[in-house]
Design a protein. Structure first.
Length: 288
């Protein structure tokens, strides 16, 4: 197993802001994806690749020239119970990738099972794609898990539930899908891994993508899945702290360093306490 070099310099620590899906059977789309500013690329062997094309997709990935910098490379394998899963894992052993994206994960036990098969390669689990998965979001909290990120998906979940639509009459996600999203966020934070917001399907509507990505960051997500190269820059910008946020975070950290015994301090005329300090440190970690 080869580690795939360093993430792009703009990527914070090890948490990609943008995770761009690309069908692994399309050399043209792969080439386009590699030319974006995505922090992570997810070569997809699952939903976007027809059964008859899966082996060709693996062969394409095997032949990709290694890069020493640029985005992290991840591979979305087929689900644990799938007939294609075993062959996908053989590829992981020989390809030049950072980690595995595991679809249709239903609990932390699935991550553990994958770790037994792969030897603790980093895992990004998509955790809300089946009905049963919504009841297992706390089970990913495991001290020795290779889990690095959790994201949520509405498309497969709506199909699993037999829904005719994921949206209410105002065009917002219906309650069930908002619930899945919130459970993913809380489950990821509880597990100490990166919470990644799901895809925004209308890749032409970049204004709405921007609003959705900014809202996700305000809620606590630190990255977002992308399904089109045009979405990458919008997502990167939304998950990059502004100069004003960085300055404010630095002031909070400096204030508590100057008064380590204080529980509450005034910064910029506002009262801040220990939770603000935790958040300020998180912002500065992401910048580094």
């Amino acid at each position: 197993m080869h580690a795939h070099g360093t993430p792009s310099e703009a990527a914070a620590v090890n948490e990609p802001r943008s995770w761009l899906f690309v069908p692994a059977d399309s050399e043209r789309k792969i080439s386009k994806a590699l030319d974006t500013a995505a922090d992570a690329i997810i070569f997809d062997l699952e939903d976007s690749v027809a059964p008859s094309e899966k082996q060709r997709a693996r062969d394409i990935l095997k032949a990709l020239p290694k890069r020493s910098n640029g985005p992290q490379w991840w591979v979305r394998v087929n689900p644990l119970g799938s007939e294609f899963h075993k062959e996908d894992l053989k590829l992981i052993g020989s390809a030049y990738v950072r980690g595995i994206v595991l679809p249709k994960a239903e609990s932390g036990a699935d991550v553990t099972e994958l770790a037994h098969r792969t030897g603790n390669i980093p895992v990004h689990a998509i955790v809300t794609e089946t009905a049963a998965s919504l009841f297992g979001l706390l089970s990913y909290r495991h001290p020795n898990s290779p889990l690095k990120a959790m994201s949520w998906g509405a498309e497969d979940l709506s199909a699993a539930l037999g829904a005719s639509s994921k949206y209410d009459e105002t065009g917002e996600l219906s309650f069930t899908y908002k619930l899945a999203r919130s459970l993913c966020l809380a489950g990821a934070v509880a597990a100490g891994v990166q919470p990644v917001d799901g895809v925004f399907a209308d890749f032409r509507d970049l204004d709405r993508l921007k609003r959705e990505a900014e809202q996700a960051r305000h809620e606590g997500f630190t990255g977002k899945l992308a399904i089109h190269p045009d979405q990458v820059d919008v997502i990167n910008e939304a998950f990059t702290p502004s100069d004003a946020e960085i300055r404010h975070a630095e002031q909070i950290v400096a204030a508590f360093e100057a008064h380590p015994a204080a529980g509450v301090l005034s910064v910029d005329g506002k009262m801040v306490d220990r939770p603000h300090l935790v958040q300020a440190r998180r912002i500065l970690d992401r910048v580094r």
